[in-house]
Design a protein around this ligand. Sequence first.
Ligand code: AMP
Ligand code: MG
Length: 418
Amino acid sequence: MEPQHLTLSTLASMEDYDPNSMPVEQARQLIKQFLSPVTEYETIKIQDAFHRTLSADVLSPMSVPPHNYSSMDGYAVRHADLHGTSNKLKKIGSSFAGHGFDGSVAAGECVRIMTGALIPDGCDSVVMQEQAKVDGDIIEIGSGHKRGQNIRLVGEDIEQGAVVLARGQIIRPAEMGLLASLGFNEVSVYRKLKIAIFSTGDELIQPGMALSAGQIYDSNRYTLVGLLTELGVEIIDMGNIRDDKDAVRAALLKASSSADVIITSGGVSVGDADYIKELLDELGEVVFWKLAMKPGRPLAYGKVGSCHFFGLPGNPVAVMVTFLQFVRNALWELMGQHPKPVFSFQAICTTPIKKAAGRTEFQRGILTQGEDGIWMVKTTGEQGSGILSSMSRANCFIVLPLEQGNVEKGSVVHIQLF
Ligand code: AMP
Ligand code: MG
């Protein structure tokens, strides 16, 4: 089934799910079915390509290395000359990196060679300088050398025409260098994803202003800017929107006219001022709005027109957890990448954890390695979803699955590194 043809009604008949308490894994699968990657692409300079996504396979325009090079400092020789236990060869010149030896090497001759220098015509092996005795121009070499030794052969790394990087590859420092090493100064990438963000809440004011009673600083938008900057998307920051249905409707419509994805925080729980779900029903569709997880139970996903909508909870920790568990992978997919499931591994939990079965929990953990090399994790302490400092102190999530109950000290838990 084509993702773009999926509608809520087909999903509802396809799967028996409860949008009021959806398990984490099911929510991930559901979101995935709605995602179709951007198709527009552009050509940009390699130095501007950090964190962009390749829109086409990159074929190598040349062999790497392009010629045969020495991988050692020593002497380029003809292997056939090294038949005895002591072989005296005449040095007829030198080959340096960037300045090869012009001419060809005949039987009984050799050439002084440096690492990265071209192998001269006639030679087929390099003997390390430590294995040669020098007496003026006479170089004495013993036995036991292999034909072809200490040579980086043409095409050994990459053959001309081979796919070096596949479409969908994220461009990191290694890819920037690799592209440059093949002579590319430009690369074709998908256009940047446009993400509109806004906070909701009458209690929010901007950092830098004085707090009055009942107010709090809008921190979620700054967390989101950080999280999104790491992904290399274009951010459309729409500020904070009042808890007013018409204001939120206007913001959603404005955002959907220019962005691929809208991410908001707050207003998705069932408080009186929580219009987001109602508005989604009106302007598009809601796929789910409550997950069987903690923190992050009120997480809405749906569409506003053709725009994806993620309504993150208001609580600052829940914003990060839901972003990292759902939104980031969805954005990677929309950017044209092929995200892998989050890598997790096991550690011994050194603190007992209280946990009710029936929801997945993402506790903030501090992972350390014992002297014996064993990984150990403890929680950051109080796990309230408003305690943002816990995210700053933590270096991992302790992931407690749906059916898990209390965790005893010393038991094995799964962790996801940040
Ligand atoms: P809500 O989901 O709108 O009821 O918000 C849940 C909690 O998160 C409330 O205590 C809000 O004050 C808080 N909150 C909502 N938005 C933000 C924000 N942008 N920055 C910090 N805290 C927020
Ligand atoms: Mg609110």
